[in-house]
Design a protein around this ligand. Structure first.
Ligand SMILES: [Ca+2]
Ligand SMILES: [Ca+2]
Length: 229
């Protein structure tokens, strides 16, 4: 049975049998912006309609915080400019964190072209049982690297689920940031957090959209406003 969490809802990451979950994934499936352009040939001959696709570069990232709410580790695109990250006190991007307990599938720069393929363009997998004890919370968030806001993208579907990229077992929370009018003019989304309580992992849906134009702004926001909430 799928649970579709709304903002602020929290759940235990346990199976019906009582066993703790170990595989948690966050995936984002989105498409480029397609528009139909008419080109007219000489004297109207050779007139044709073409589909032009504008790339959309969404970036899925995560930060791992310790018990004091300080940055422990992070996953974000290695394509971000290191000197710009350094101005915010952040290290260069990478696709693994916490000794491989978290892995990112890689930075997709375009989105689907030719319609929704139903597959996640970027995905972060978490092996909960391998996350070091010093990690108290893991936040997942999305940034848009391009000039568009979320409402201009044809679809951008986020799923947070138990399972693997090829086998989705149970979806805990999902958002479609392209379709929801409250995400108009917004370019970043703080999606949810995993946190430890009494030695067990729990998940809370957040779903807060912001105007952050760069990943470092979202990281600072999480540490200053969400880490102790
Ligand atoms: Ca991307
Ligand atoms: Ca896709």
């Amino acid at each position: 049975m799928a649970i579709n969490l709304t903002k602020g809802q929290r759940i235990d990451l346990r199976k019906a049998s009582g066993a703790a979950l170990s595989s948690f994934c966050v995936g984002v499936n989105w498409g480029g912006i397609e528009s139909r352009v008419e080109s007219s040939g000489f004297l109207g001959f050779g007139r044709k309609i073409e589909t032009v696709v504008e790339d959309v570069d969404l970036d899925l990232s995560a930060v791992l915080l310790n018990q004091r709410g300080e940055l422990y580790d992070q996953i974000y695109s290695p394509l971000y400019r290191a000197e710009l990250l350094a101005k915010f006190g952040l290290p260069p991007g990478k696709l693994e964190a916490a000794g491989g307990a978290l892995k990112h599938s890689g930075d997709d720069l375009t989105g689907d072209s030719g319609g929704d393929d139903g597959l996640d363009n970027e995905i972060i997998t978490v092996n909960l049982s391998a996350v070091p004890p010093d990690v108290a919370q893991i936040f997942f968030f999305l940034n848009n690297c391009g000039q568009q806001d979320f409402s201009q993208i044809p679809y951008a579907k986020i799923r947070m689920f138990e399972g693997t990229p090829t086998h989705v077992k149970e979806v805990f929370a999902s958002y479609n940031v392209a379709a929801e009018s409250s995400y108009r003019n917004r370019r970043a989304l703080i999606m949810g957090r995993l946190y430890r309580k009494d030695g067990e992992w729990k998940f809370a849906a957040i779903g807060d959209a912001t105007e952050d134009g760069f990943v470092a702004q979202t990281v600072s926001r999480i540490i200053s406003q969400y880490a102790h909430a």
